[in-house]
Design a binder for this molecule. Structure first.
Ligand SMILES: [Ca+2]
Length: 392
């Protein structure tokens, strides 16, 4: 019986070895194993024959053939079914675990993405809040903190700082007395004793002086070059208590000859009176073009005019350079000035106009050569404190 079981077992494993033989690289080893199995089968068969020969009155040939074959087939079938079942279970289990693994990984990625999105949202909120805070700080800095000024005007700066060291010409910050804001001005610290606050400069014609009332009130241009400081700022300087200001007008002709006009008590009214000009005594070499030669030409006490605010005294028309004009500003390139029936001066004209007869230009018509107005290519207007008693 034992031999029979052993033989059955061998028959069951033989196909496996045969199968592995066809796929195995180690062919010799498989052949050896196969030979061994065949020998064992033959031996078992011999032993079986011997055993069968001892059994009396039985169909030996039938049992010898049928029993092992049936058992073998049954065993092989069960083995195959078992293997298939195991394989099927393994595949199902593997598929399930793989699906679960993929699902877990996707869940993990989703959680990571959500976490990162939240982080980004929080950071953006922080950036926005910091931007708002920075803007508020800047606004507070400019609105609440006063800008430190160097003095009340260029004369004040010259007096207080020049005692310590010589100070150069350039841009300084001033805050005139009783003025609630500071602003920049160009100070000339070398010319005629220094301490001059420049209120107008015209040199190369690159700055557009065709401006409205608002621009002439607030100022425009580039402080180191051509500019108009602005009537409101000029008013705040000359309106300081216990001060008098001298106005100096420096002129340069196209042939580079120079001339000047000076007024020892210069001031202007406030905006409600259209910044009307008031001039003291004249001194200089260029003539008193502000006052001209007759009362009709006198610009002293005249209000300021621009192309959009007409105070030029032409009612309804003036005669200017032989023509009837309604607006002295419009007739003179839309520039602003203290026109009075136009008059003999307008220092805001263009220095590039060469034809004095037909084109607007810098005008100071009391400066003449051989009876003809000089062609002016540059002008500077500047003011300085005076301390000598001024006659009232
Ligand atoms: Ca007019």
């Amino acid at each position: 019986m034992f031999e029979f079981l052993l033989y059955s077992l061998l028959l069951a494993v033989l196909p496996i070895f045969q199968s592995s033989q066809s796929n195995s690289v180690d062919t010799d080893k498989s052949n050896t194993t196969l030979s061994l199995l065949e020998i064992l089968r033959d031996e078992f068969h011999s032993a079986d024959v011997k055993e069968q020969s001892k059994l009396p009155s039985r169909d030996i040939s039938l049992e010898k053939c049928m029993m092992p074959c049936e058992m073998t087939a049954k065993l092989m079938k069960e083995e195959k079914h078992s293997l298939c079942r195991n394989l099927q279970h393994s595949l199902v289990s593997y598929t399930r675990s793989t699906r679960k693994l993929i699902r877990d990984m996707m869940d993990e990625h989703q959680r990571s993405l959500e976490f990162l999105s939240n982080q980004v949202r929080e950071l953006m909120n922080k950036v926005q809040s910091l931007s708002v805070e920075a803007l508020r700080s800047n606004a507070e800095m400019f609105t609440l903190k006063p800008v430190p000024s160097h003095g009340r005007d260029c004369s004040d700066i010259k007096e207080t700082m020049d005692a310590v060291a010589k100070i150069p010409s350039g841009i300084y910050i001033i805050q005139p007395e009783d003025t609630d804001y500071a602003f920049e001005v160009f100070c000339e610290m070398d010319y005629m004793g220094g301490g001059w606050t420049v209120i107008q400069r015209r040199t190369d014609g690159l700055t557009d002086f065709k401006r409205t009332w608002t621009d002439y009130s607030d100022g425009f241009g580039h402080l180191p070059g051509e500019h108009w400081l602005g009537l409101r700022k000029v008013f705040s300087i000359v309106n300081q208590k216990n001060t008098h200001f001298q106005l100096h007008i420096a002129l340069v002709a196209q042939d580079d000859t120079t001339s000047y006009a000076s007024y020892d008590d210069f001031r202007i009214d406030d905006e409600t009176k259209f910044f009307a000009i008031h001039l003291g005594r004249y001194a200089g070499s260029a003539g008193d073009a502000f006052r001209g030669y007759s009362q009709e030409q006198n610009q002293d006490t005249a209000p300021f005019s621009t192309s959009d605010i007409d105070n030029d005294g032409c009612s309804p028309l003036c005669t200017f350079e032989g023509q009837a004009v309604e607006s002295c500003s419009v007739r003179q390139n839309n520039t602003g000035w203290w026109f009075n029936q136009c008059g003999l001066s307008n220092l805001n004209g263009s220095p590039l106009d060469s034809d004095l007869c037909t084109q607007p230009h810098i005008r100071w018509d009391t400066w003449t050569q051989n009876g003809v107005a000089v062609k002016i290519k540059a002008v500077t207007m500047k003011i300085k404190r005076v301390y000598s008693p001024v006659p009232s």
